[in-house]
Design a protein around this ligand. Structure first.
Ligand code: CU
Length: 329
């Protein structure tokens, strides 16, 4: 058993050693890169859904590339979130970090698993009235359904073996879900539109985080409710891509100002750290976050743990930039 104590070495190495990964940037002359046409899961054809699920299974079945302890590529994807859970939530970088993490996942599907589509999203507000009836849980075309806290028993991920928890990367456990209809209510259109009406980034990210973001985690429950290891449930990526879409819609409402509107803390509130048993982030990460103090700026570094090259918040602010290169359709 090994814990995840961060040391400066992997962080620095992951900055320096990713020259090959630069292909992720798709330079274009028009300044509007929209190669990744991200659709709602509800609007995918059965063939498109199957291609996405197959690519996820491919990642889960692929050998690791970064860490000697990892059993497969999925472990490494999950680890990227686990290892810095105490500095990517309840902070200004919350939305930008997860935007880049969604791109990392999408990019690995495309480059390592022959996936030709883009990252889909879960339009959760459509399912508030009937969470269990959502098409995303279809065992034949989707992610499998509720399991009331036990191992899921239907769908393509029933055999998924998970290895990483908050305290170890050598666990062996299963994917669980435990639906909570009340917990899902933060995804209602009225909650989403009250976040949309926020006038500053700080108000917006706080609102999106506490309403629609919490709704997806709490509504699905089980693994998704784990603040650290929730990316273990492949549905995480549809949920967070939807959240990213909401942030982008908010940016679009005043794009001139909001392509550069960044703020918030770099260190979560003590109450948030305590509530999740998170340690106070150490200098091995705070010294390299790119900001002078405890205020998040466009210079803030987003650490991708070697999955893809690191980037700054400034580089992910425009969804149509050469790094994310996406459009929500
Ligand atoms: Cu997260």
């Amino acid at each position: 058993m090994r814990s995840f104590l961060l040391v400066a070495t992997p962080f620095l190495l992951s900055i320096a050693s990713n020259v090959a990964g630069l292909a992720i940037r798709q330079a274009n002359s028009s300044g509007t890169c929209t190669t990744n046409q991200r659709k709602a899961w509800q609007n995918l054809s059965d063939d498109e859904k199957a291609a996405y699920i197959d690519a996820e299974l491919c990642l889960m079945g692929s050998p690791p590339q970064l860490f000697d302890w990892a059993k497969n590529r999925w472990d490494e994807v999950v680890y990227g979130h686990v290892v810095q859970s105490n500095v990517i939530h309840d902070v200004g970088a919350f939305l930008p970090w997860h935007r880049l993490y969604m791109r990392a996942h999408e990019y690995l599907l495309q480059t390592e698993c022959n996936y030709t589509g883009a990252q889909p999203y879960w339009e959760e507000s459509l399912d508030v009235a009937n969470l269990a009836g959502s098409i995303v849980f279809d065992p034949d075309t989707g992610f499998g359904g509720n399991s009331n806290g036990s191992c899921i028993t239907d769908g393509p991920f029933t055999q998924l073996e998970l290895h990483i928890t908050q305290s170890t990367n050598y666990a062996n456990y299963c994917l669980t879900r435990d639906f909570n209809t009340d917990g899902f209510q933060g995804a209602t259109p009225s909650n989403v539109s009250s976040c949309y009406n926020s006038t500053t980034y700080e108000a917006a990210y706080t609102c999106y985080k506490s309403s629609p973001h919490t709704a997806g985690h709490a509504g699905v429950g089980g693994t998704m409710l784990d603040a650290v290891a929730s990316p273990s449930d492949p549905l995480f990526f549809l949920h967070h891509t939807n959240l990213d879409r909401l942030w982008w819609e908010w940016q679009l409402a005043n794009l001139t100002a909001r392509l550069t509107d960044m703020s918030g803390r770099n260190v979560p509130r003590p109450s948030y750290l305590a509530q999740n048993n998170f340690t106070y982030p150490g200098p091995e990460i705070l010294d390299y976050d790119g900001d002078e103090g405890n205020v998040t700026t466009l210079h803030h570094n987003l650490w991708m743990v070697g999955l893809i090259p690191n980037a700054t918040i400034g580089e992910v602010m425009d969804l149509r930039g050469e790094l994310i290169c996406a459009e929500y359709v």
